[in-house]
Design a protein around this ligand. Structure first.
Ligand SMILES: *Cc1c(COP(=O)(O)O)cnc(C)c1O
Length: 353
């Protein structure tokens, strides 16, 4: 990949990835039509390929991961019903309460453990249907878990939650924005992770490096309804094949290489753990997200540290009060070594008064 002229090492997010040359070619040559009328052959191809990849009957292309969550959950619920999710979930922390505003749907949040799970017994006791409460309709899990350092949910845990959901008659939804990071980390097909879920969505625009787009996958009947929800949200796109073409290349060529991002993240986490002034448990880093804290004795707070690093050409993001570095396509081992040197250099100084 061509390094940007400014030479910045951008670890803010895997969403900063730009389309590969093969994606650009596929976009330029894409066969397109009006997808709202069902006429775009490239979108059709993408929806089929993506659904097959996660072992579901059908897929629906949507503009973003947030819309994928909205389409999924608004289709599964009605007013005065609720979705159970973790208190560190993207759904709860980063989506502006859209479910409540747009659907009259409540979120019941339960504490996430640092590994991204919610204990089964907490889930069991939270499911409710009394006449004086909202009715629980869906349990939503996130895998990999963004704010839990990209944690991979154990397959056994997913199956336990699925058994509970079936027993209680509630749907199981996966915010699988980074499902392929989980699959690569576990060494399984994404379909093995998706299998117990009724509905799964994932992003093409993160580690897979496509410019735009996410997908919602489930049964034929569900996707037919989800199409109405997408329409209601204004998410129907016309000659969307230009975007779907890049997403197809993402699916075909960008999944296996995620292992490189994981290796780079592990290197970063392990080396950070060796620096005094940094607090991190490197064993938590299983995929491409590295979250760490600064020892208050350094005198630095996260946002000033972030600013000082920026001046050294290294961009990080904030995850709450913590710092976050995400590895991705275009970030090399050498970039990680350079970022570590910059972090070390900043740690050896005191913040400006
Ligand atoms: C990024 C992300 C989303 C939302 O995706 P956008 O395309 O930014 O709307 C949803 N869930 C998780 C876990 C994410 O990391």
């Amino acid at each position: 990949m061509v390094r940007e002229a400014d030479g910045l090492i951008d670890l803010r997010s895997d969403t900063v990835t730009k389309p590969t040359p093969e994606m650009r070619r596929a976009m330029a040559n894409a066969e397109v039509g009006d997808d709202v009328l069902g006429d775009d052959p490239t979108v059709r191809r993408l929806e089929e390929a993506a659904a097959q990849r996660v072992g579901k009957e059908a897929g629906l292309f949507v503009p973003s991961g947030i819309m994928a969550n909205l389409v999924s959950l608004l289709t599964l619920t009605g007013r005065n019903e609720e979705v159970i999710a973790g208190d560190e979930s993207h759904l709860y922390t980063s989506e502006v309460g859209g479910l409540g505003i747009l659907g009259g749907v409540f979120l019941q949040v339960l504490p996430n453990l640092p590994d991204g799970t919610i204990p089964i017994e907490r889930l069991r006791s939270a499911i409710r249907s009394a006449v004086y409460t909202p009715k629980t309709r869906v349990i939503s899990l996130e895998n990999t878990h963004n704010r839990c350092s990209g944690a991979v949910l154990p397959l056994e845990y997913i199956h336990q939650v699925a058994a509970l959901a079936r027993e209680k008659g509630v749907y199981l939804h996966l915010d699988g924005a980074r499902i392929f990071n989980a699959a690569v980390a576990l060494g399984v097909e994404a379909a093995a992770i998706a299998e117990p879920f009724d509905v799964v969505n994932f992003c093409f625009s993160k580690g897979l490096s496509a410019p735009v787009g996410s997908i919602v996958c489930g049964s034929q009947a569900f996707i037919q309804e989800a199409r109405r929800t997408r329409r209601m949200l204004g998410g129907g796109m016309r000659q969307a094949g230009v975007l779907a073409a890049a997403a197809l290349v993402a699916l075909e060529t960008m999944v296996d290489r995620l292992a490189e991002d994981h290796a780079n993240a592990r290197l970063l986490a392990e080396e950070l753990a060796n620096l005094s002034g940094i607090r991190i448990d490197p064993t938590r880093v299983q995929t491409n997200i590295v979250i760490f804290e600064l020892d208050p004795a350094t005198g630095w707070d996260s946002s000033r540290f972030q600013q000082a690093l920026r001046e050294q050409g290294v961009l990080l993001s904030l995850s709450g009060a913590r710092l976050r570095a995400v590895t991705h396509y275009g970030i090399t081992r050498v970039d990680i070594e350079r970022a570590l040197s910059a972090i070390q250099a900043v740690l050896q100084t005191r913040p400006p008064a």
